[in-house]
Design a protein around this ligand. Structure first.
Ligand code: UDP
Ligand code: MG
Length: 335
C-alpha cells in the first residue's frame, strides 16, 4: 500500500512542516522566504506549524505577522520555554498532513531538502531522516563527541538508531499518530522514531552552520539530551552498575583469599597506606556513580507518575476547529 493511500481524510494537507522556534528572530524572515519558495513545489496542499517555545525576543510577533500574511503558516505559542523536544511534540500534535517534516528554525536543515524527503516517502518509506555527511562549522570537540555518542548509543540500544542524524526527518501519518499516542513525558524523538520501525531510509546532506544567532543548545543541554537518549531507550546503564558491583565484589574476594594465604605463609606486615586510600576512593566513586545511574531512572519514573502536561499552549493562530481538541490549551491573547 502506498503511504499516501492510507489516510485520505478530506481537508488533510499532503504535507505539514513542524518548526520549533526559540529566540530565532534573526532567522525567521529568511526561514519564511525559503519555506515559501519550497511549498509550491510540493505539488499539493501544505501547512507550516511554527511552535514558539516561549521565545524572549521578537519571534512571537514575527510568527503572528507571518500567520496573518500567509494562511499556510500556523502558530502555536507556549506559555514559557518547555524545550525543543516538547516543541516538536506539540508541532506533531497540531500537524494534520499525510506526511510531516520536522526541521530546525535556524536553517541548519535546508528547507529545499524537504522535496527530497517527500520523494523517498512517495516511494513508500514511512520515515525518511536527514543524515549529516559532514558536520560543518562545528568545533572538533563537538564533532568527536557526537561521533562517539552515536556509536555508543547504537551499541547499547537494541533498536537501530541511525548515527549522524538529528531530528530533521519526514514521518508518515501513521508514525505521527503513533508518536502522538505515546503517553511518556520524556520524549527523545529520534529514539521513538527509530523504535516504531516501519521502512526507514536516510537522505544525506551537508549540515551547514546556523544562518544567524547563537545555538540554544549549550554543552549542558546537549549532555542532558545525550543522557536522556540513553536512559529513555535502554536499561544498559543499570546493567553497567550491576557489572561494577560484581567486579568490585570479585576483586575483594580474591584479595581476601590472597591475604589469608599471605598471613599463613610469609606472615603479615602493615603497609600500604596508598593502596588503602585508592581503594576507598575507587569504591566511593563506584557507589556514587551507581546511585547516580539509579537516580536517572527514578527521576524519570517521578516525571512520568506526575502526569503533568508536556507543554502549555498560550495561544494558537490559523489553527481551525478541525485541529484535535487539546486539553492542554489555555487560550489567551498573543503577547
Ligand atoms: N529550540 C526550541 N527550544 C529550546 C531550544 C531550541 O524550540 O529550548 C529550537 C531552536 O529554535 C531550533 C531548534 O530547536 O529551531 C534547534 O536548536 P539549536 O539550533 O539551538 O540546536 P542545534 O542545532 O545546535 O542542535
Ligand atoms: Mg541549530
Amino acid at each position: 500500500m502506498h503511504p499516501t493511500d492510507f489516510d485520505r481524510t478530506p481537508g488533510r494537507p499532503e504535507l505539514s512542516i513542524v518548526i520549533p522556534v526559540y529566540n530565532e528572530q534573526a532567522n525567521l524572515p529568511e526561514l519564511r522566504r525559503q519555506v515559501a519558495e519550497v511549498l509550491p513545489q510540493v505539488g499539493a496542499d501544505a501547512e507550516v506549524i511554527l511552535v514558539n517555545d516561549g521565545s524572549r525576543d521578537e519571534s512571537a510577533q514575527l510568527i503572528s505577522r507571518i500567520c496573518s500574511e500567509d494562511s499556510r503558516f500556523r502558530g502555536v505559542h507556549f506559555s514559557r520555554n518547555f524545550g525543543h523536544q516538547a516543541a516538536v511534540a506539540a508541532g506533531l500534535r497540531y500537524a494534520r498532513g499525510r506526511a510531516v517534516v520536522v526541521m530546525d528554525a535556524d536553517l541548519q536543515d535546508p528547507p529545499r531538502l524537504v522535496l527530497r524527503l517527500l520523494e523517498r516517502w512517495r516511494e513508500g518509506y514511512e520515515v525518511v531522516y536527514g543524515r549529516h555527511s559532514k558536520r560543518q562549522r562545528e568545533g572538533l570537540g563537538k564533532r568527536l563527541a557526537a561521533y562517539a555518542y552515536y556509536r555508543l548509543l547504537r551499541r547499547i540500544v537494541k533498536e537501530e538508531i541511525p548515527a549522524d542524524s538529528g531530528d530533521f526527518c519526514l514521518m508518515d501519518r501513521r508514525v505521527v499518530d503513533l508518536l502522538n499516542a505515546m503517553p511518556e513525558r520524556n520524549r527523545y524523538i529520534r529514539g521513538l522514531r527509530a523504535w516504531v520501525g516501519f521502512r526507514q531510509t536516510a537522505v544525506e546532506f551537508d549540515r551547514p552552520g546556523r544562518f544567524a544567532g547563537e545555538a540554544n543548545y549549550t554543552f549542558t543541554k546537549s549532555l542532558g539530551l545525550a543522557i536522556n537518549g540513553m536512559v529513555s531507550l535502554s536499561k544498559v546503564p543499570l546493567r553497567i552498575a550491576t557489572y561494577f558491583g560484581l567486579m568490585v565484589s570479585a576483586t575483594s574476594f580474591l584479595l581476601a583469599v590472597f591475604f589469608v594465604v599471605q598471613k599463613l605463609t610469609v606472615g603479615f606486615e602493615i603497609r600500604g597506606w596508598a593502596s588503602t586510600v585508592v581503594i576507598i576512593l575507587f569504591l566511593g566513586g563506584v557507589q556514587l556513580l551507581t546511585i547516580g545511574i539509579i537516580g536517572e531512572y527514578i527521576s524519570r519514573i517521578y516525571d512520568e507518575v506526575k502526569q503533568r502536561p508536556l507543554y502549555i499552549v498560550r495561544a494558537l493562530e490559523n489553527v481551525e476547529e478541525a485541529a484535535p481538541p487539546d486539553p492542554q490549551l489555555f487560550d489567551g491573547p498573543v503577547r
